[in-house]
Design a protein around this ligand. Structure first.
Ligand SMILES: C[S@@+](CC[C@H](N)C(=O)[O-])C[C@H]1O[C@@H](n2cnc3c(N)ncnc32)[C@H](O)[C@@H]1O
Length: 374
């Protein structure tokens, strides 16, 4: 499976779209806002980096939906406030690049530009900008921009996606799958599985840093938010539960065992040390901040309706989690298991989530990393 060809979130604005099922990711972007703000203002106030005539900003893995311009909007707010506090009578101009893989629903993004420009004009007036937004399709594991051209690069919930499923998950002599019955690192995965995932993450992340180092000006910033883990080989992830749901469907002959045995998600949730080590090994950036915060699986769930009884509420929360996982994982799962099982898979998955959430309060770790180019 060529990840770059297959990977994208569910497009459009329908019931199962990412646009309609990304409130959790919105909470993540707003939680990371403070780190973004501190990273920008530290450069201006502490390190005396001055704004160029045209500030070039990129959001990598922007997807499509209400979150696409959220981080960009935060960055513009932060720059506006900084210009005001410095008594500048005009802000820089802005060129903004929205990046994602070619399968992303870029047309939906283009349709949102005019209302975004209108809002900017109304809220910030004539002394701000102008701002020019464009798309840059392609993988962030390759080059995206000219040498020494970018000032602020942001990415939320994208860098935990790998460029490929680790090749070492299959025995290269016998062809046997090492992670049978699972779709990610899980309690029953042998150590070789964890090692294969970590290797792939290290290879990908070093490439990412190396390419950005060619593109970002000295003093430029990268702010990344990813799903992380506290223990590097921690199997406690929501993907394990999705794997178990697929396994049940194998046992009931709805899915062939072989297609599950040969399938693994191209994801890795590193711990803070693993991230830091790659940045230090590559050497072009300094780590300014590395913050971790925990979130509940159902963060972003709309506050309860008054007439909801506890059972109903639990059910809705389980479905909320299952729906956002579907918006993220469906295209890749359809490629392996076919479209026909998707409704059944995600309705079973929602039930398992409800059971798990009843047993314990599920939280997971997020890492926010801010780097400056040396
Ligand atoms: C969960 S979405 C996050 C979208 C948005 N940033 C947000 O926080 O709501 C992850 C996005 O990263 C993109 N992505 C994954 N790997 C990528 C790569 N190698 N290059 C560019 N985009 C990638 C996916 O296509 C997807 O749109």
């Amino acid at each position: 499976m060529e990840v770059e060809q297959v990977l994208h979130m569910n497009g459009g604005v329908g019931q199962t779209s990412y646009a309609n099922n990304s409130s959790l990711q919105k909470v993540v972007i707003s939680t990371a806002r403070r780190t973004l703000e501190e990273s920008i203002t530290d450069q201006v106030y502490c390190n005396k980096v001055v704004f160029p005539e045209c500030l070039k900003i990129a959001d990598l893995g922007c997807s499509s939906g209400p979150n696409t311009l959220t981080a960009v909007s935060y960055i513009l707010d932060i720059i506006e406030a900084t210009c005001q506090s410095l008594n500048m009578n005009k802000s820089p101009a802005f060129q903004v690049f929205l990046n994602d893989l070619p399968g992303n629903d870029f047309n939906a993004i283009f349709r949102s530009f005019s209302s975004f420009y209108e809002r900017l004009k109304k809220e910030k007036g004539d002394k701000f900008g102008p701002c020019f937004i464009t798309a840059m399709p392609g993988s962030f594991y390759g080059r995206l921009f000219p040498d020494n051209s970018m000032h602020i690069v942001h990415s939320s919930y994208s860098l935990h996606w790998l460029s490929q499923v680790p090749k070492e998950l299959v025995n290269n002599i016998t062809g046997e799958a090492h992670n049978k019955g699972n779709i990610y690192i899980s309690e029953t995965s042998p150590p070789v599985v964890f090692k294969a995932y970590l290797n792939q993450f290290q290879k990908d992340f070093i490439n990412f840093i190396r390419y950005r180092s060619e593109e970002i000006v000295p003093g430029g910033i990268i702010v990344l938010t990813i799903i992380g883990s506290t223990k590097s080989d921690s199997p406690k992830s929501i993907w394990e539960i999705l794997g178990r749901t697929l396994n049940d469907m194998v046992k009931e002959n709805i899915i062939e065992a072989e297609s599950l045995d040969n399938f693994n998600m191209p994801l890795y949730f590193p711990n803070a040390e693993e991230v830091k080590r790659v940045v230090q090994e590559e050497g072009s950036f300094s780590v300014q901040k590395l913050n971790a915060f925990e979130m509940a699986w159902d963060a972003g769930f709309p506050t309860a309706q008054e007439d909801d009884n506890t059972n109903n509420e639990k059910h809705k929360r389980g479905k909320y989690v299952s729906d956002y996982m579907r918006a993220v994982a469906e295209p890749i799962l359809v490629k392996q298991f076919g479209e026909t099982i998707m409704d059944e898979l995600f309705s079973r998955f929602a039930e398992k989530i409800i059971e798990s959430m009843a047993q314990e309060k599920w939280q997971y770790v997020n890492l926010v990393i801010s780097l400056t180019k040396n």
